[in-house]
Design a protein around this ligand. Structure first.
Ligand code: KIV
Length: 284
């Protein structure tokens, strides 16, 4: 477990002291416990759960009910990490009122400390309304997966000078509104570094180079537990697909061969009781 509870102030201080912030996604109790054990600063219950946990092609089908279900499980497993819930598609774009209502549910029912939502200046009315309700907001710029259709696929963003500059303006506007941090996803490293240097709030990069104030990876990606081709920005720190397949195959083989269960996996019975039971069986 991390030594002390991570707060917004702590995250801000990490930026000031140039100490990288580490964020990972988690979607259930065990993952939250493991993230805590690894002293991860921020746990994000990402809507990526729609893809890695539920097998959807995109994050679009993810609903508030799904997010709250997973947030609750993660909240039960975290202790000191700062917990962020990802607002799903359709839960904040429709109106500032919907955005506040759903953000409140994340805190009240999901047990998170803050919410994250995708988009730039066009989302300011919703972001401002959530902030006015006293709920911390993490922004998300660059490749915003909920807009995958509009973006024409999971593509790198901010590759032209104009789009990179527009992203900087979005970042400054989100900071001015009061966001406590921004995720920068799949953008050129030079653009992410320039944005990070000009902001006073921390940026958390994914596919955005080393110039961000922190890094995030999807739990299943970093553990090697995904069945899609890995994005260029993923580093696999384990191969759990291999480990789990080997374990499951061994289980199957040992059941087939009679090696499992062994005597130590079962329960004995008092000899007298057993004798009586056998006698009863003989009488039937
Ligand atoms: O949903 C998610 O996992 C995310 C991260 C990739 C930042 O938004």
């Amino acid at each position: 477990m991390t030594a002390k509870k991570i707060t917004l102030l702590e995250l801000q201080n990490k930026k000031k002291q140039q100490e990288p912030i580490v964020m990972v996604t988690a979607y259930e109790y065990a993952a939250a416990r493991l993230a805590e054990a690894a002293a991860i600063d921020v746990i994000l219950v990402g809507d990526s759960l729609g893809m890695v946990m539920l097998g959807h092609e995109t994050t679009i089908p993810v609903t508030m009910e799904m997010m709250l279900h997973h947030c609750q499980a993660v909240a039960r497993g975290r202790q000191n990490s700062f917990l962020v819930g990802d607002m799903p598609f359709g839960s904040y774009e429709t109106s500032p009122q919907d955005a506040v209502k759903n953000a409140v549910r994340f805190l009240q029912e999901g047990g998170v400390d803050a919410v994250k939502l995708e988009g730039g200046r066009e989302m300011l009315p919703s972001i401002q309304a959530i902030l006015n309700a006293g709920i911390p907001v993490m922004g998300h710029l660059g490749l915003t997966p909920q807009s995958v259709s509009k973006l024409g696929g999971f593509r790198v963003q901010g590759k032209t000078a104009t789009s990179a500059y527009a992203m900087l303006e979005d970042a400054l506007a989100l900071q001015a509104a009061g966001c406590f941090s921004l995720v920068l996803e799949a953008i050129p490293a030079a653009v992410a570094a320039a944005i990070s240097q000009r902001l006073t709030i921390p940026t958390i990069g994914i596919g955005a180079g080393v110039g961000c104030d922190g890094q995030v990876l999807v739990y299943h990606d970093l553990l090697g537990l995904t069945f899609r081709p890995y994005a260029r920005f993923v580093r696999q720190y384990a191969n759990l697909t291999q480990t789990i397949t080997t374990a499951l195959t061994s289980f199957r083989d040992e059941v087939h061969s009679g090696q499992f269960p062994a005597p130590e996996h079962g329960y004995g019975m008092d000899a007298n009781e057993l004798a009586q039971f056998e006698a009863m069986l003989r009488e039937t």
